[in-house]
Design a binder for this molecule. Structure first.
Ligand code: EPZ
Length: 423
């Protein structure tokens, strides 16, 4: 199991190229199941979850080809899919495998996908994915840890999500495009990753209106065709590097990003005294202002402050003057990083879904353990300003969603090394 050793206290300066968004690439890959034609995806991040999704598609007998290794471009051919099953072994390592459910039932009339189960950040059920598929006429059965769905052909329907769900919206959107008649999805997620998926589907011949809003109106078609699509930049990686620049008191130029996708995060960081300049052409410059000051944050669905930026914001709050209240409203257990940051000297108290961070506190290097992807990112950021050495255990979490983070950080002056245990 790999660990990071980070020697903190270095100001970061230089240019960082932002990768494609993992959470947009995963549903796009699943959407390739909707057609027998080739679907080419560009700007794919080279991260572990993408490899897992490629393995899953290969297990279903899709041909996943790539001109380079590890790939940033894939062509997926779902011509001879003979296995409509997502097995437990793959789903347990990546919940997003559930995204194959919608496309498989829509195109093949049958899917069997392992239930993802809970994870470190919360229970994360998929009941709403199942309810919505049933609304489209699928017969579903949850048995032996698997959800099985069948439908000769899905039928369009109106479904209102009782709670906003990102992958739930994506799953049902990729089912509705091949359903008979009109589907109206109300209270849909509006995350840029959903919009990116809708744009890919439209290129494949789907008829979708209301893209970018909470009501998606889909006219089902009989068949979809191949397409080529470049995945949007990763807004969470962008936000993470904005905090990296700010927290270390350096200056970073981020390229290949889309600042329009993280307006709320940018506004919040500015209110903490961080200087952020959007320079056009996908470039954003971040510089720590004179002084970091506290701010309150409540995580919300898009366009609100992303839960995937909460841990990184908390790291920043430890270095800001005053009291920052951080309220997590999306997941019930997403403060695991707080106790690790406290072990590094942060002053954080937790009451249910509210974390109160009082800063600034000097952080001191310590051995810490990453509990999930974004928690790991928060710990890396805290380690960048801690004195001495921080060792972060279980960095496989960060490898799931950040492309070569240690290389990108090293290029701009961080002292970070990956230690591979032979244990
Ligand atoms: C997506 O997860 C992202 N994953 C998450 O990113 C992100 O944190 C989350 O959206 C919220 O923005 C991918 O896109 C692959 P939800 P998802 O369904 O879709 C409840 C990362 O670090 N819910 O929007 O699984 C659920 O428990 C990851 O990259 C139900 O109750 O999240 C949660 O409380 C972590 N029933 C809330 O809704 C359901 O059927 C929102 O979850 C579905 C969800």
């Amino acid at each position: 199991m790999d660990r990071f050793k980070i020697h903190g206290g270095k100001k970061l300066n230089g240019t960082v190229q932002i990768s494609g968004a993992k959470n947009a690439a995963l549903p796009a890959m699943a959407a390739a199941l909707l057609t027998s034609d080739p679907v080419t995806l560009q700007n794919i991040p080279r991260v572990r979850d993408i490899i897992t999704m490629a393995k899953l598609l290969a297990h279903m007998r899709c041909v996943v080809g790539s001109p380079d290794l590890p790939p940033s471009e894939f062509t997926i051919r779902a011509e001879n899919v003979s296995m409509q099953e997502a097995p437990y072994e793959l789903v347990k390592t990546m919940r997003a495998s559930v995204l194959t459910l919608g496309p498989l039932v829509a195109r093949f009339g049958h899917a069997r996908v392992s239930l993802p189960g809970g994870c470190a950040i919360g229970a994360r059920p998929v009941d709403l994915h199942i309810q919505a598929l049933e609304a489209l006429g699928a017969e579903t059965k949850v048995e032996h840890g698997y959800v099985e769905a069948r439908a000769k052909r899905l039928r369009g329907a109106t479904f209102r999500f009782p709670k906003i769900t990102v992958t739930g919206t994506e799953n049902i959107l990729t089912a509705a495009v091949l359903a008979e008649g009109e589907t109206i999805l109300e209270n849909s997620a509006m995350e840029p990753e959903v919009t990116d998926l809708a744009e890919l589907l439209i290129k494949m011949g789907a008829k979708i209106e209301g893209v970018g809003t909470s009501t998606l109106r889909v006219q089902g078609v009989d068949k979809l065709h191949g397409a080529t699509h470049a995945i949007i930049p990763d807004r969470i990686e962008t936000g993470t590097f904005l905090v990296a620049g700010a927290i270390t008191g350096g200056e970073l130029l981020l390229t290949n990003c889309e600042p329009g996708h993280l307006k709320t995060v940018i506004e919040k960081l500015r209110s903490c005294g961080v200087e952020i300049k959007c320079e056009g052409n996908g470039k954003v410059r971040v510089r720590a202002g004179k002084k970091l000051v506290a701010a309150d944050v409540t995580t919300e669905e898009y366009p609100g402050f992303a839960t995937d930026m909460q841990a990184q914001f908390m790291a920043l709050a430890t270095q800001a003057e005053g009291v920052s209240k951080v309220r997590e409203t999306i997941f019930e257990n997403r403060f695991m990083h707080a106790s690790e940051m406290a072990r590094m000297g942060a002053n954080i108290s937790i009451d249910a879904n509210l974390a109160v961070v009082t800063g600034p506190t000097p952080l001191s290097g310590a051995p810490v353990t990453a509990s999930d992807l974004r928690a790991s990112a928060g710990l890396v950021l805290a380690a960048l300003v801690a004195d001495n050495t921080t060792t972060i255990d279980r960095v496989y979490h960060i490898d799931r969603g950040y492309e070569r983070i240690e290389e990108k950080l090293t290029q701009v002056g961080a002292h970070i090394e990956r230690v591979t245990d032979s244990r």
